[in-house]
Design a protein around this ligand. Sequence first.
Ligand SMILES: [Zn+2]
Length: 370
Amino acid sequence: MSLKSKHIRLWVIIFLVIATIASAQSDAKPKNIILLIGDGMGVAHVTAAKLVYGSLNLERFKIMGMHITGSANDYVTDSAAAGTALATGFTTNNDVVGLDREGKPLKNIMEYAKDAGKRTGIAVTSILPHATPAAFSSHHKARYEYDTITAKQVEFGLDIMIGGGLNNYYPKSFRGSRRRDERHLLNELRDKMSVVTSYKALSQLKRVRNLAAILDGGHLPHATKRDYTLGDLTDKAIELLNVKDQGFVLMVEGSQIDLAAHDNDMDRVLAETLDFDKAVKSALDFAEKDGNTLVVVTSDHETGGLTLPMGSMENGKIVKPVFSSDNHTAAMVPTFAFGPGAEKFGGMYDITHVGKTLIELVKNNEQPCN
Ligand SMILES: [Zn+2]
């Protein structure tokens, strides 16, 4: 072989190696996924927070998308159907969590994550059996049957659960209990994992494998009435989950943006959106350092039909915001993405695209996607 043809062969080999590495990288799956859901957070909610607070961590993203949120049986989705779409990649009827329209269980991202050897967790500011967290940790036909959903979540076995809802765990005969049976789910939970019921106890924990931190009887206090933020809860969840080579999947929900918008309470919408933005900061700070974590921020639907017809750019003031509804609307909501796979979330699509794409990025290659 001549020296020239040897040279050509060497260059061909170098080119092939580079091409293989490049294509492997573009298909690379992130080790960790953090999905943050601002419940009810539409574009106007983000706009208002940006105008009032000046800068948001949401501005750190370079890739954005928009999605249509309607459910299988309604122009306007509820949080159960939308949560199911985000968790499983499939639409279902309003009121249903984790089942398809025929009542068949839909495999959710946490189940795919477990199959892939990943750790799993949720951190929310609502009660744990509320629609969004329920969609990521149970399968049930009726979102408000909290007794059953709470029991199903205990059996489901996430590694880390942080949120409210202690009264859904105590037997009916206990003061404050919201249960209609005598199951003591807190004791059942204690057989499986560490349990704490205050933020102080949670903040002092180190290296627990499985944990339920149930920090209030009902939903967590409003953002302005807590001495911790959703960012603090997200930091803790990441710390406890990030102990395994296979990685983790964490779902964080700013649950009360929606509740505040249902009440048409602009001050609370702003405070809850800011609290959620602190969780976005926690996730992005970790992902930037880690280098192998996908962060996706999205919403399940718009709440309140919020518009912002008057205000002042100079003073960061919103004057007379208008809520056209005390319920959800069909307005599109934004998605923001950072990290390996983020480019798949650019563009305009249906809500199921978010769940489907996340599952593709989580699952073992040999597993078919439902
Ligand atoms: Zn919702």
